[in-house]
Design a protein around this ligand. Structure first.
Ligand SMILES: [Zn+2]
Length: 61
């Protein structure tokens, strides 16, 4: 499993979206438009699948 992350447009830091997906699930997962309150800058960011990156947690499959 990997954590789905987006990049904060204001600080350039990564934000954990709360989703955990495997790479194969991520390929087909319907995310659509989502919003998240950013822990870094305090604003609400809209994001969609094309904004997301996977942060793989080593050794946990
Ligand atoms: Zn932000």
């Amino acid at each position: 499993m990997a954590r789905v992350m987006i990049e904060c447009p204001n600080t350039g830091r990564m934000i954990y979206t709360g989703l955990n997906l495997s790479w194969t699930t991520f390929e087909t997962y319907e995310i659509g438009e989502s919003c998240i309150k950013c822990a870094h800058c305090g604003e609400v960011h809209e994001w969609s699948r094309s904004d997301a990156m996977l942060d793989e947690v080593g050794g946990e499959g």
